[in-house]
Write a new protein. Sequence first.
Length: 116
Amino acid sequence: QVHVVESGGGLVQPGGSLRLSCVASGTIFNIYVMGWYRQAPGKQRDLVATITSSRDRTNYADSVNGRFTISRDNAKSTVHLQMNSLKPEDTALYYCIVRITNGDYWGQGTQVTVSS
């Protein structure tokens, strides 16, 4: 059993910052990738950013590149997403994904709302 829990969402004004965190726990032998997706109302779930456990290779959606930074702490099975210069179009439910040997596991999501 693998549990994935996100935290750090909230309401922020345009131009502001938020830091999301995600912790994976349970029967985990090897995490290959951790990352974030987001889903706005009426839209599909889209990739935001991912990071590999080896070499910390990162991948960002074009829409967030240069504004968001993903990082991880392998020892703590934790991944963070630092979000700066937030825009109203960043408003969405943000999901953490953890890819391990036997598949992908998702959290329940944390809401990010960017509004004045």
